[in-house]
Design a protein around this ligand. Structure first.
Ligand code: AMP
Ligand code: GLY
Length: 417
């Protein structure tokens, strides 16, 4: 059997790595992938950009690909699933219409209100004066979100009205991210967690939850990033609370998408916050989380490929997970998420005993070098988070990479809470 994975980061490496362990013994293609992925056996790179839907489709047809799995949201927004469906090719990814649940904050918010899915109260504005008038009425703290894809940087949690005003000016007067709308949202408080579910129509299969670390530096300081580390399980969230979130958030959302005529297929990712009133939705994503996937898939005991094939044919799916804890640390280029250099040297990777997912690497004259902002993800495993943490940092220390940085406190809060 042949599998095509679309994307080039740590998330796609984790998917390829897990798929490669399948007893179905698949031949795996990654487009465009990264050099590190080819360290996993049966994985081959295909030099096609993830946004070149046409070329990806032609490749899948010529190679008779049995299953395509999509990582990045941009490919979803390009309508890759729609094109593959039209050609009769199996793909585990939402259509362009269904991917709106991530691509349009207004779509997601309207859906949640209509179907009584718990989330922060909100208003939408495309006019600065009206938004400012609303701000004057509500005051801070308040959350300002650009409505559209802003590479994870379109959210400002404003603790003062001045900060909120700067964000509104930025988004509505200066059109920092393009011409669009903003969603102004009630400020919620509580621990956050990511609940990834495998969805096909009304069938919703929850995976284990994970916690990621969005800020660049220790102590949750510095700018927001794509994620600097992750761990699973998340002890501060009980199984009852997870079950509640599945029943009252994820399943009703999947059902709502069907009712709205845009059934969801793929990974529906709930970015949730445990407030005093229970779990509420901060955001939905229409894809695997990165770096959550890099700890959730190692925790999965079952054959991932079989799970997806069963889900696509509406068979019963009951994933099993290891009891062990998994914790991963990102090594990023100095300067990330701002300006950073590529081609930074990485040494001693061969000596690392832990699982390493490549987020952005390349090989130059036989040497590993960086090829992106987030470069490597080192996964530790242990009987509990403490052991997993020790294991992960042992791996991090083994790597020689003077121009990369990492957070020292991944998972620390979970251990000290
Ligand atoms: P998002 O891109 O929507 O996930 O937002 C990025 C981060 O902003 C989240 O992980 C939260 O930490 C924070 N955030 C977003 N919305 C809210 C809210 N309504 N209340 C408090 N914090 C929020
Ligand atoms: N880790 C956050 C995300 O994938 O959006």
């Amino acid at each position: 059997m042949k599998i095509l994975i679309i994307g080039r980061g740590g998330r796609e490496h984790a998917i390829a790595w897990k798929a490669a362990q399948s007893p179905l013994n698949p031949e795996i293609f990654v487009a465009p992938g990264n050099e590190g992925m080819t360290l996993t056996s049966n994985v081959h790179r295909v030099p096609i950009d993830e946004n070149n839907t046409c070329a990806l489709l032609t490749f899948a047809q010529e190679q008779h690909i049995d299953l395509t799995i999509v990582g990045p949201e941009a490919a979803l927004m390009n309508g890759i699933a729609d094109e593959f469906h039209a050609a009769g090719l199996p793909i585990f990814a939402p259509t362009k219409a269904a991917a709106q649940i991530e691509g349009s904050k207004q779509f997601a918010k309207e859906l949640m209100v209509k179907y009584h899915i718990p989330t922060a109260r909100y208003r939408t504005f495309d006019n600065y004066d009206k938004a400012k008038a609303y701000l004057d009425k509500t005051g801070a703290p308040i959350v300002i979100k650009y409505d559209g894809l802003a590479a994870g940087k379109g959210v400002v949690v404003a603790m003062t009205s001045d900060e909120a005003d700067v964000a509104l000016k930025d988004m509505l007067l200066d059109n920092h991210f393009g011409q669009g709308k903003v969603v102004m949202e009630e400020y919620l408080q509580g621990p956050e967690f990511s609940l990834l579910t495998l969805v096909n129509g009304t069938q919703v299969v929850p995976l284990v939850i994970a916690q990621d670390h969005k800020r660049a530096y220790d102590g949750d300081e510095g700018p927001n990033t794509g994620g600097m580390g992750a761990y699973s399980p998340v002890p501060v969230i009980s199984q009852d609370q997870i079950d509640w979130a599945v029943e009252h958030i994820m399943k009703p959302t999947a059902e709502a998408m069907v009712a709205e005529g845009c059934p969801f297929c793929g990974v529906l990712y709930g970015g949730l916050m445990l407030t005093k009133q229970g779990p509420k939705v901060i955001e939905f994503n229409a894809r695997f989380g990165d770096p959550e996937t890099e700890v959730v898939l190692p925790k999965l005991k079952s054959d991932f490929v079989q799970l997806v094939l069963d889900l696509l044919t509406h068979r019963e799916v009951k994933p099993e997970f290891y009891d062990d804890a998994f914790l991963g640390v990102v090594l990023a280029a100095k300067g990330y998420p701002g300006k950073y250099e590529k081609g930074l040297s990485i040494g001693n990777l061969d000596a690392v005993k832990q699982t390493v997912f490549h987020m952005g690497t390349d090989r130059k004259e036989g040497q590993w070098v960086s090829n992106g902002g987030r470069v490597l993800f080192v996964v530790g495993r242990g009987r509990d988070l403490n052991e997993a943490r020790t294991d992960a940092y042992e791996g991090v220390k083994t790597i020689y990479a003077p121009d990369l940085f990492h957070r020292e406190d991944i998972g620390w809060q979970a251990l000290t809470r």
